[in-house]
Design a binder for this molecule. Sequence first.
Ligand code: ATP
Length: 446
Amino acid sequence: MKRNLDNVSLDTVVSLCKRRGFIFQSSEIYGGIGSLYDYGPVGVELKRNVKDQWWKSMVRDREDVVGIDASILMHPNVWVASGHVDSFTDPLAECDECHRRYRADLLDTNDCPDCDGILGSPRHFNLMFRTHIGPVEGDDNIVYLRPETAQAMFVDFDNVVNSSRVRIPFGIAQQGKSFRNEITPGNFTFRTREFEQMEMEFFCEPGTDEEWHRYWINFSMDWYADLGLRRSKLRVREHGADELPHYSKGSADVEFLFPWGWGELETISNRTDYDLKAHIQKSGKDLSYYDQPNNKRYVPYVVEPAMGADRSALAFLVDAYDEEEVKGDTRVVLRFHPNIAPYQVAILPLSRNAKLTPKAREVYDLVRSRFNTQYDETQSIGRRYRRQDEIGTPLCITVDFDTVESDDAVTIRHRDTMEQVRVPVAGLTHAIQHQLDGIATEALVE
Ligand code: ATP
């Protein structure tokens, strides 16, 4: 797909997001609140597509992965066993002058980045949000908002094995909200305090784990690229021994080239048998697996692809953004893959007119049963095209007087080329599918 821009500033994307209803600051009328965001009417469709595509390729298209949807609040011992209560911390250093706080591990100096002050020695700050179950607040009823979705897959391991037909190797996947009281959130929705994760724990026999680790790294890279992210903006970065989390034998990040540099979209970790063994010890329950054909029992190893839905949605947005000169004007266009675009089709009667509206709505009803479709007859046709370009709708369908008076055909306008073709209403859904397939293929060319 031909693109003009190689990169875009984050400010440009942030202002487009607000203008077109992708993403707003949370509680904006009260001045906003630290690094929390709301998805607007268009953004919610984008994020839903990201999640649906992941669920489809991870769960529905596979026989060896099943899903769950666990509660956000879990027994506090889950987080003791997983190590989060003791070690899910960041080193926090406070300036003696301005009293701002910083992640000490992200700075290589004791000088305050914002004033002439000196940073004090770091103390460890647990990133989990705490609350209480029941009406009385006490130390014995503390619960945590989950900082990751993964633990439920370990805790429910036995229930899933006993209630479904899965046999090792197999995975359990989940999508949902996670919460981290990050010290230095930032870069828009890249790092927030409430976010959505898409995680899958793949249980395998010890000894096969490294092969599966490579498999899932490749799977993830292909997943992003197949949905249109440019391969030139994706890379795999293996973790050095010094950055491996306590549970991991090997981790690799899939990174994307954001406007501020490379940033993590996903970590694929070889978690070994760390988590299942920790829960066996803490709960006293046997979570080992009986391999019937080979008559042996073992605690499985686990390979985990852990992806952020918000970060991925941001990467798709940034990568899709493009501008071009059209007759002396700048056209902003989001070149989304059709499966990621918030809307696939827009139905636009040439003008708001009593003759056109009934036919346009008839076409709308026909199309929306198959594709996510917007109907718009509010402004001039030029402004409506522009609006659809800015939210990345691949195809606009115009209903005009010829449609009603003579040919019962409509015009399909292509987002990327702006070319228009006339198509009979009778064959419309077929023609739309054909054009969307063409755009999807084009999106993979780079
Ligand atoms: P980082 O190093 O950026 O803090 P992490 O390595 O702690 O991230 P993981 O625990 O591996 O992140 O979580 C898996 C995925 O969840 C990340 O790759 C990211 O996409 C997403 N994620 C984690 N923390 C946040 C956050 N604060 N805001 C948005 N997404 C997040």
